[in-house]
Design a protein around this ligand. Structure first.
Ligand code: GLC
Length: 499
């Protein structure tokens, strides 16, 4: 009798399966689109541009984000870059009764894709701001940002809008585009770099210029005006400021330029994240603008920078006299009221003072006059000059930044990178970045004599070379890179994307 063989035994031995280790599928990169009016290295009028340029790069470097940035194609964008931009195409953007050409250029740098919105009627003008039709220009820009998404086939997970010029992108998303399928998952983050500039316009312009339906007037209306910053705060998923301290301060009328009730109302979605700086670009070791390079371990060449700076500015070459510098816009909220109140007292001491910057004409005139009266002690450079600013940061001993308010401030961090000890008022990012005797000097009240007292304290400490070089070392080695803050932004983005 034939023995029954079970299927099992008769079956061919199964080929031995080699289990290949399966590499974990790379997590899909989150898509971030920065919307802003300026970015280094293309065009910069202030700190905003530095943050856009350096934060986008830091986020891209994590490998976890597809970071893209969109800015207007201003005619002042440096030619060396503009010549390399890639023309992608054009479309027409509708805004109320307007129908405007929108060209799109692209350039990839340090892993970040930059888009430039071209419209010569709006952007072929010198400078970035200050035109009668700025509202219309940035409405067109913001609308274009949403309109180019289908063209690029790029719908970001987070659209990160910066300052009032990009506020309408968040407003249009909420009042119009989010009802379309492709846009429905885009989350808007709005960052306030300076609450002073809010984008305020007459209510008459709501439909005719901004193309916002009357039923949404309540979102943008504030104190009988259209207030674009207020609108963005109401419309965005989350909003942030550029330091934790400033996030607290703007709940207070003293700092909020009228928006404090709106900030308090929306407090539940507010975060403060301290800016970093491009610590490779600002490095006493590698900066080619300096007369001589040095390191936090060996400051000896800083004396060369100081000597050459004195020579350049026609100040007596005194190695042991502290140079106190200010690189600042010459406007009142930078603390110039305090400076002008006591500077002539200070000039009686053994100090040299160097000023660099432009601003309100009465401050410009004031410092020019002072330089004429104290040519041996004060140098007033009423210009904006990047090369000279680095020579001043590196060649001076003390950096003064007594701002009345300061969302973050980058100059105090830059000064530290060159071993120049900052004296700051405890406000906003100055409070968050400079700690008394750790890496600088601080004072709390907005009071000229409190400031003068601390300056004199620092000048006295400067005479103790050993202790002073320890302070310089601590200032120069404070970590102001984006490494911490980029993580905080990452956490914020991921939190926004949770729901
Ligand atoms: C604005 C603020 C400044 C901040 C910069 C970048 O210029 O006034 O404090 O550092 O934006 O965020």
């Amino acid at each position: 009798m034939a023995t029954k063989t079970t299927k099992k035994t008769a079956a061919k031995p199964a080929a031995k399966k080699t289990v290949k280790p399966v590499a974990a599928a790379p997590a899909e990169k989150k898509k971030i689109l920065f919307v802003a009016s300026e970015s280094t290295p293309f065009i910069a009028t202030g700190g905003l541009a530095e943050v856009i340029g350096s934060l986008s790069k830091a986020l891209a470097a994590t490998g976890r984000f597809d970071v893209r940035v969109v800015i207007p194609l201003f005619s002042d964008i440096k030619k060396e870059y503009r010549d390399q931009f890639n023309y992608l195409g054009n479309l027409y953007v509708h805004l109320a009764w307007r129908n405007q050409y929108c060209g799109i250029f692209e350039y990839v740098k340090d892993g970040v894709t930059f888009y430039f919105i071209d419209n010569e009627f709006y952007f072929k003008r010198p400078g970035c701001y200050g035109y009668y039709d700025d509202g219309e220009r940035f409405a067109f820009f913001s609308r274009s940002v949403l309109e180019i998404m289908p063209f690029l086939n790029f719908y970001p997970d987070v659209m990160h809008c910066h300052d009032w010029q990009a506020a309408l992108a968040a407003i249009y998303l909420k009042t119009n585009y989010c009802f379309r399928e492709e846009y429905q998952y885009i989350r808007a983050l709005f960052t306030i770099h300076n609450i002073e500039y809010q984008g305020q316009y007459s209510l008459d312009l709501l439909g005719d210029l901004f193309d916002i339906y009357g039923s949404y007037q309540y979102l943008v209306e504030y104190n009988n005006c259209i207030n674009l910053m207020k609108g963005a705060i109401e419309c965005c998923e989350r909003f942030s400021t550029v330091s934790p301290r400033y996030a607290q301060e703007i709940k207070d009328a003293y700092y909020a330029h009228g928006l404090d009730p709106i900030i308090r109302k929306n407090e539940f979605k507010l975060t403060g994240i301290l800016n970093g700086i491009d610590d490779v670009g600002y490095s006493c070791e590698h900066d080619t603008h300096l007369y001589a390079n040095f390191t936090p371990d060996d400051f000896s060449n800083k004396a060369v920078c100081k000597k050459k700076l004195q020579e350049l500015l026609n100040l007596p070459e005194k190695p042991d006299t502290p140079i106190i510098s200010m690189v600042s816009r010459l406007v009142s909220h930078k603390g110039l009221d305090l400076v002008t109140a006591v500077i002539e007292d200070l000039l009686q001491d053994d100090v040299q003072i160097v000023i660099l910057g432009t601003g309100d004409s009465h401050f410009e005139g004031y410092f020019r006059d002072l330089a004429n009266r104290y040519p041996q002690k004060l140098s007033a450079n009423i210009v904006f000059n990047g090369d000279l600013s680095r020579k001043i940061y590196s060649g001076s001993d003390i950096f003064l930044m007594p701002s009345k308010s300061e969302p973050c401030g980058l100059s105090q961090m830059i000064a530290c990178r060159y071993g120049t000890v900052p004296i700051v008022r405890e406000t906003g990012g100055l409070y968050d970045s400079i700690k008394p005797l750790q890496n600088g000097y601080t004072f709390s009240n907005y009071n000229a004599h409190d400031m003068l007292y601390v300056i004199r304290e620092a000048c006295a400490a400067y005479k103790n070379k050993e202790e002073w070089s320890k302070l310089m070392y601590r200032a120069a080695t404070t970590d102001f890179s984006w490494s911490h803050s980029a993580k905080d932004y990452e956490a914020l983005y991921l939190d926004m994307l949770k729901n």
